[in-house]
Design a protein around this ligand. Structure first.
Ligand SMILES: [Fe+2]
Length: 281
């Protein structure tokens, strides 16, 4: 199993920063788009995407595939997604291990699933069908969760690892989601990281979250916290050189603040490589 070649250090392409991104060649290796925001075509988003695509690699990240739903797969959506992929030729296409609705109702949220054998078989089969339709391997992200099911029979990391094997898909390891869920469900985030096969991980997400005291919520509206930086370092050590990016979706700071976070990611990554080189020598 070969994972895609690493792209370096990226950012989410968001309208707030279009002007800065287009103004000059930035020290950013690649961009991730929210697929749904560019699927209708036309307008400023599509025009911007075309200009950015001319200068940087792009990765497509969707929020609507509803991989874990019991509704039929939405092939109208998948056709539009495939058309966008054919147009912009992304390095890969990702979505979440979650469901967004049932009985035709879209709740516009990434909802949790029970970690059972039944769910595993169900989601693996759907990922396989999506991959057949898109003609490419899908990259699946661990979601952050706030409730758990009494029916669950395995840990989230056992489920994710087994799912990747059965569906023969790749994984987008969201380091912040691992941390948020580990707090909300009282598990060891390091155990999650250490349980995932190295050759399955195509991408990392880093982001900030909101701490409500009793729960942490994956809001993407804060700087990346120290615990998540430490977890990134651990993941970087385990998984090696993996494409990593920052998701920022609200409470947008000056662009320079995100570039500074990106630089910290580069520095951690370089320090891990230097340490490996020293211990190999
Ligand atoms: Fe994420």
């Amino acid at each position: 199993m070969t994972r895609p070649a690493p792209l370096g250090f990226g950012l989410g392409l968001r309208p707030t920063y279009y002007d800065e991104i287009l103004s000059k060649r930035q020290n950013i290796d690649w961009f991730e788009i929210i697929s749904e925001n560019y699927m209708t075509g036309g307008g400023r988003p599509s025009a911007t995407l075309e200009r950015v695509r001319a200068d940087y690699p792009i990765v497509m990240h969707g929020v609507s595939m509803s991989l874990a739903s019991t509704d039929p797969l939405d092939f109208d959506y998948l056709r539009d997604l495939k058309a966008l992929a054919e147009r912009i030729e992304p390095a890969w296409v990702s979505d979440h291990l979650a469901w967004t609705g049932v009985h035709g109702v879209n709740l516009h949220d990434l909802l949790p699933i029970p970690y059972t054998e039944e769910a595993l078989a169900h989601v693996a089969e759907r990922i396989s069908r999506v991959q057949d339709f898109l003609g490419r391997r899908l990259v699946v992200e661990n979601a952050s969760t706030y409730v758990a099911f009494r029916e669950s029979r395995m840990s989230e990391w056992t489920f994710v690892e087994e799912l990747a094997k059965r569906a023969d898909c790749l994984l987008l390891l969201d380091i912040n989601n691992v941390f948020v869920s580990s707090f909300n469900h009282d598990f060891d985030a390091a155990e999650f990281i250490d349980a995932i096969s190295v050759d399955r991980v195509a991408q990392f997400h880093l982001a900030g979250h909101t701490d409500s005291g009793t729960h942490k919520i994956d809001t993407h509206d804060q700087p990346i916290c120290e615990d998540v930086w430490a977890l990134y370092e651990r993941a970087r050590r385990r998984f090696g050189n993996v494409s990593a990016m920052i998701e920022r979706d609200d409470n947008f700071p000056p662009f320079g603040d995100l570039l500074a976070e990106l630089q910290r990611m580069r520095d951690i990554s370089a320090a891990v490589d230097a340490e490996k080189a020293r211990s190999a020598a």
